[in-house]
Design a protein around this ligand. Structure first.
Ligand SMILES: *[C@@H]1O[C@H](CO)[C@@H](O)[C@H](O)[C@H]1NC(C)=O
Ligand SMILES: *[C@@H]1O[C@H](CO)[C@@H](O)[C@H](O)[C@H]1NC(C)=O
Length: 328
């Protein structure tokens, strides 16, 4: 007996999909997520449905896996920065001569940025691996993840910071609830007109709200690029600079994959329009979901159990009074 089975896929980033004799042709296109429907499958073809699904999913993965060749430029460190596996993997290394780095080809104004990273394993003391968004020039804006390495078996510190119009000094630091050197984990920033949210494996760890209303500058008009570097920070990074890099363990290598910028691309100085605005609006919608009751609970969980430094409680550092955003 034949009946109709509807299968809905959420394809994100959006794509157009055509079924051609059992194969799916997929191409990237701007716009909202697309839902695909497969119809008229006989009830006896559960197995072939599963088969189709598996083909479909693998096509989706292949098609949407980011490609570092298209998305980034290797900017520092010569052979220490490498793109591998046809663009699926990127590695950055540090040795006694130099660190290395890359930057996104695009500049963006608002969006959601995801990167999967596997940090330097083993003895990484003194190394600093960064992932950040930054604008250019003096009064620059910046959204920072910095991973401070450690001796084997000792915890990394994730240090976050935000610069707005050239002013930083807004560190919040965390231990992670997993070993970031064993597997890939996703580090993300959501940036829109109202908020900046830092996420680890889609769990919000930090929220910086737009408080221009009380005189706190907020990054909202300078486009930013995504950057990543690995470098020698042994004058300060591990236990405040007490533990130096053991160069006999070099090179120190961090690995990247699946860079996704669901973001508003800044083209030749023009404000982002049309599809780009849609991207920004998606992000607005997204921050509500991420900071819903469950998200807020997770945020509190991270801040209660894993936050080890918060500039907002550092009275010694701000003897004349905490920054205004801390009083909210
Ligand atoms: C390294 O390990 C030490 C000892 O457990 C810890 O105090 C420190 O916070 C860890 N992280 C860094 C980056 O120093
Ligand atoms: C959006 O794109 C259309 C067609 O490309 C153009 O006519 C329109 O002016 C654009 N809107 C904005 C706000 O830029």
């Amino acid at each position: 007996m034949d009946h109709t089975i509807y299968v809905l896929f959420r394809v994100d980033p959006p794509a157009s999909i055509q079924a051609l004799e059992g194969t799916f042709v997929i191409s990237k296109q701007p716009g909202p997520p697309l839902y695909v429907k497969i119809e008229k499958m006989s009830s006896s073809s559960q197995a072939s449905l599963r088969f189709l699904l598996s083909i479909f999913m693998s096509v989706v993965m292949v098609t949407f896996a980011s490609n570092f060749y298209n998305d980034v430029d290797l900017t520092w460190g010569d052979h220490r920065a490498n793109i591998r596996n046809g663009g699926q993997i990127l590695t950055l290394s540090l040795d006694h001569e130099s660190g290395s780095g890359f930057q996104s080809k695009n500049e963006y104004l608002f969006g959601r940025f995801d990167m999967q990273m596997k940090l330097v394993p083993g003895d990484s003391a003194g190394t600093v691996t960064t992932l950040y968004l930054s604008s250019q020039g003096g009064a620059h804006d910046e959204i920072d993840f910095e991973f401070l390495g450690n001796l084997s078996g000792q915890p990394y510190i994730l240090s976050t910071n935000i610069y707005s119009q050239g002013k930083g000094d807004r560190e919040q630091q965390f231990y992670l609830w997993f070993d970031p050197t064993k597997n890939f984990h996703t580090y993300s920033a959501i940036w829109n007109r109202r908020k900046i949210i830092f996420l680890v494996d889609n769990i919000p760890i930090r929220v910086f709200s737009n408080l221009e209303s009380i005189g706190v500058p907020f990054p909202k008009s300078q486009p930013m690029r995504v950057y990543s570097t690995i470098w020698n920070g042994d004058s300060w990074a591990t236990r405040g600079g007490l533990v130096k890099i053991d160069w006999s363990k070099a090179p120190f290598t961090a690995t990247y994959r699946n860079y996704i910028a669901n973001a508003c691309v800044w083209i030749s100085g023009k404000p982002c329009r049309n599809k780009s605005i849609n991207a920004a609006e998606n992000v607005f919608a997204e921050d509500k979901a991420i900071l819903g009751p469950k998200g807020r609970e997770r945020l509190r969980w991270v801040q209660k159990n894993y936050m080890i430094y918060n500039y907002c409680t550092d009275l010694k550092r701000f003897p004349k009074g905490l920054p205004p955003e801390c009083k909210r």
